[in-house]
Design a protein around this ligand. Structure first.
Ligand code: ARG
Length: 486
């Protein structure tokens, strides 16, 4: 093995050495070592292109290719030791390569820079973690969908302003979360589409004098095309902040669902009981069973939003093109992606194991005159203008509050006293089951509508699953090709 002096890649211009505190402060290894595999793959594509374009001699290129491949296998076996005296993962890989194959290793960096390298690595990394997160989000959606399918007839109060509003089914309620999360997953696809171009070959900022073939490297790394402008490619991180936004929105939507699970499992609601496996107790109060998982998910949403804010603020004052501030992008987005994958996974476990207390849900609908709109709608059907019907029902509610009655308990005589248009058939309209069943408008809360919604949401999951598989296959085949020894 050849001994390589370990200096920074840029040390030639300096008389003196950088202070160790400078090296520590500027090092990015704590975040970019996660990119090691992608960095090696990017280098493999680059060197294969350099060979093809006859920019470096084929025998050097072959040595580099085989050296990089053995580095990848070292990584896979967990045997690639990272030297933290070297400032980043790019330097680590280049030094190891040169140790393995000799000075030819120094030809790898022809016609590229760490600026385009890191931008490319990050896009490849994001592509993978986005696909993984989408699988986790879809698993969560599926757990909600299963529960919705079982509870198309389970009636509960629907709320606005946290006040009883109209009866809904539990299916309708859960499906609302399903469609939110489904958009979150789709939004990740949009982000993937926009980052589907390859910065490699943009070099430091201005492109390069070598006759490189950027279409070739883009294709080898599974990108649709190369990026169109070298300065944009090395300096823009909208793809990173867009990913962080997608993660934040997903976290916010999970948090809102968690807030409901926390409320529903309280003694006041008693709508659900979470499984022992996914709850925890109190060190002092022996009776406690706490919803810590949803609480932590609600709490961690702050981290995701915080990362998004960090990224946006990092970018706002940056002139073109690459500035070292950009190094801060990785930790932030890695954090948010890890957070949402973890949270989605735990939340789907909570959902698929929770017990639903149908009786408590139904009993809750007895309070709050939840069928008042249905009484107004009944009057409208009898020819009373809606505004007038609204007034009559308001009066009925006041009467009930004063006399401690429910609307459905009023006698026909009492009803007639409120409006001559009310007949005996009013009693068919007031049970909450009837209220729910009659709301058959598209997207409404009727069981028939829930059946249609479940079908649509399930089809969307399958479509995403197919696309995720397709993307994964494409990436896999790129890696297979790049890892063929020469
Ligand atoms: N660690 C750097 C980053 O993450 C890599 C690029 C370094 N480029 C440079 N000009 N110092 O952004």
């Amino acid at each position: 093995m050849i001994k390589v002096t370990k200096q920074a890649l840029w040390s030639g211009r300096f008389d003196g050495e950088a202070d160790s505190s400078t090296l520590r402060f500027t090092s990015s290894l704590d975040v970019d070592s996660v990119l090691a595999f992608y960095d090696a793959m990017g280098s493999l594509a680059h060197v294969r292109m350099l060979k093809e374009q006859k920019i470096i001699p084929p025998e050097d290129a072959d040595r580099i290719i085989n050296g990089l491949i053995s580095i990848v296998w070292m990584m896979e076996r967990g045997e690639f030791d990272i030297d933290d005296s070297l400032e980043d993962i790019h330097t680590n890989i280049e030094f190891r390569l040169t140790e393995l194959i000799g000075p030819a290793g120094g030809k790898l960096h022809t016609g590229r820079s760490r600026n385009d390298q890191v931008a490319t690595d990050l896009r490849m990394y994001l592509r993978d973690v986005i696909l993984e997160a989408m699988i986790d989000i879809d698993a969560l959606i599926l757990s909600l969908l299963k529960a919705a399918d079982e509870h198309k007839e389970t009636i509960m109060p629907g709320f606005t302003h946290m006040q009883h509003a109209q009866p809904v089914t539990l299916a309708q309620h859960l499906l609302a979360h399903v469609f939110r999360l489904s958009r979150d997953a789709d939004r990740f696809f949009d982000a993937l589409d926009r980052m589907d171009s390859c910065p490699l070959g943009s070099a430091a900022l201005a492109g390069t004098v070598y006759p490189i073939d950027r279409d070739m490297t883009a294709k080898m790394l599974g990108f649709r095309s190369p990026t169109q402008n070298s300065m944009d490619a090395v300096s823009s991180r909208d793809n990173v902040s867009e990913t962080a936004f997608c993660a934040s929105m997903t976290a916010i939507d999970m948090s809102s669902l968690c807030e409901e699970l926390i409320l529903w499992s309280s003694q006041e609601f008693g709508f659900i009981e979470m499984d022992d496996a996914y709850t925890t107790g109190s060190s002092i109060m022996p009776q406690k069973k706490n919803p810590d998982i949803p609480e932590l998910i609600r709490g961690r949403t702050g981290n995701a939003v915080g990362s998004l804010v960090s990224l946006m603020v990092m970018m706002k004052g940056l002139p073109l093109s690459y500035n070292r501030d950009l190094q801060e992008d990785k930790g932030a987005v890695m954090d948010s992606m890890n957070t949402i994958s973890d949270c989605a996974d735990m939340l789907s476990k909570v959902i698929s194991t929770m017990k639903v207390n149908k009786d408590a849900m139904l009993a809750a609908t007895e309070k709050g005159f939840i069928n008042a709109t249905d009484l107004a709608d009944y009057l409208v059907a009898k020819g009373v203008p809606f505004r007038e019907a609204h007034g009559i029902v308001g009066e009925a509610v006041r009467y009930c509050i004063k006399n401690k009655r429910r609307l459905e308990d009023l006698t026909l005589k009492e009803f007639k006293g409120l409006s001559a248009s009310i007949g005996n058939d009013v009693y068919d309209r007031l049970p909450v089951k009837a209220c729910v069943e009659r709301r058959g408008s598209y997207g409404g809360t009727s069981p028939a509508s829930a059946t249609a919604q479940v079908r649509e949401a399930a089809a969307a999951i399958m479509e995403r699953e197919e696309r995720i598989k397709q993307e994964a296959r494409l990436i896999e085949s790129c890696w297979d090709d790049l890892l063929k020894e020469v």
